[in-house]
Design a protein around this ligand. Structure first.
Ligand code: PMP
Length: 363
């Protein structure tokens, strides 16, 4: 079988070692003679799995003890509404930094659930000569002006990443769906971090929430019980039946990540992968990228062919070469190579070599 490298933005590649392990124990997990999908989430075996997953994730991300960890339903968008319903009450205000498609969508959902007066939006991307740059404003004011500031440090669609820490007097909520565990971060700087699982954690259907204890004292709106953080904490993420198979695979991804040296070791590989691709794009007059160097995403590398009439040909030939799902998001066009934690360096080497060949082939 020839190697296929999958550059999909999500659901995305899962480490091959994890898939092989899952395959080998699909019908008989833990000697139970049944699949992990078919056992009770309250069985002692499954609880042991979830306990270990929590220990591993805490270790991988150095999560302080005053933070709760939740494994929830509803993906990334589920959290767009959960943060509003859990923290805003009927009067609270929130500030949303807009740096691309996903932060914009989060703000729109927040307005839908509250009102325009409660949600303030601040665009932080400047476009000069077709290059997008994040310009972080001075963020100061009364501590109680906003219940939280929401932002998205990695915009999956636009290929924009924010590497600087945000300095502000309000709790920070970060949508890390597409860059969680891609590099080390200081969790203690955040009121809450959330991420849909289908990029760096495992399969879709699961989302992870890391929430500081004091955030749970903010007034909540009436809401669905399964998205209520307080109930989730009280019931160990098992107020209702959780997505158990996704949780199991996530636990295996954590084990894999630990086995290869943890987040810090992988962060270096991620930088190497991204540098290889961006350097090639910059050195070429056939391809180009539209993000300022300081904000180029390490996880989602967007690029355009100078001659866009060749897009379909590029994608077809790439797929033939085993390089799949390179089409950019429909809202921005062009190409996008999502190179999450599970993408090996060889995948990017292969891509660069294909792009070089495609650019120099006669047509
Ligand atoms: N936030 C970000 C940064 C994302 O990339 C995505 C999905 N690509 C979402 C939120 C939405 O996630 P979901 O489809 O799981 O709701």
């Amino acid at each position: 079988m020839s190697t296929t490298y999958n550059f999909c933005a999500g659901p995305a590649m899962i480490p091959q070692a994890v898939m092989q392990k899952a395959q080998s124990e699909l019908l008989d997990w833990n000697g139970l003679g049944t699949s992990v999908m078919e056992i009770s989430h309250r069985s002692k075996e499954f609880i042991a799995l979830t306990d270990q997953a929590e220990v591993d994730l805490r270790e991988l991300m150095s999560i302080p003890s005053n933070y709760h960890l939740l494994f929830m339903h509803g993906g990334g968008r589920g959290q767009f509404s959960a943060v509003v319903n859990n923290f805003l009450g009927d009067k609270g205000k929130a500030l949303y930094l807009i740096s691309g498609s996903w932060s914009k969508a989060a703000a729109e959902e927040a307005v839908k659930l509250t009102s325009d007066e409660q949600i303030e939006r601040l665009n932080i991307v400047e476009n000069n000569n077709c290059i997008n740059t994040v310009v972080m404003p001075q963020l100061s004011g009364n501590n109680d002006e906003y219940r939280y500031l929401h932002y998205c440090p990695n915009e999956t669609v636009d290929g924009i990443e924010i590497f600087e820490d945000i300095d502000c007097p309000w709790p920070i909520i970060a949508d890390m769906s597409s860059n969680i565990m891609s590099r080390e971060i200081d969790v203690s700087k955040y009121g809450l971090i959330y991420a849909g699982a289908q990029k760096n954690i495992g399969p879709s259907g699961l989302s992870i929430v890391i929430v500081r204890d004091d955030m749970l004292r903010l007034p909540a709106l009436p809401q669905s019980s399964i998205m209520d953080y307080r109930l989730g904490v009280k019931h160990g993420s098992m107020y209702n039946t959780p997505p158990t198979f996704a949780w199991y695979l996530a636990a295996e991804v954590f084990t894999w990540l630990k086995s290869i040296g943890g987040v810090n070791a992988l962060a270096q590989v991620n930088l190497d992968k991204a540098k290889l691709l961006y350097d090639f794009i910059d050195s070429s007059d056939f391809y180009h990228n539209t993000v300022a160097v300081k904000n180029r995403s390490v996880m989602n590398v967007t690029f355009y062919l100078k001659d866009e009439t060749l897009n379909a040909e590029f994608l077809a030939e790439a797929a033939e070469a085993g390089l799949v799902a390179l089409k950019g998001h429909r809202s921005v066009g062009g190409m996008r190579a999502s190179i999450y934690n599970a993408m090996p360096l060889e995948g990017v080497v292969s891509l660069v070599s294909f792009m070089d060949k495609f650019a120099s082939s006669e047509r």
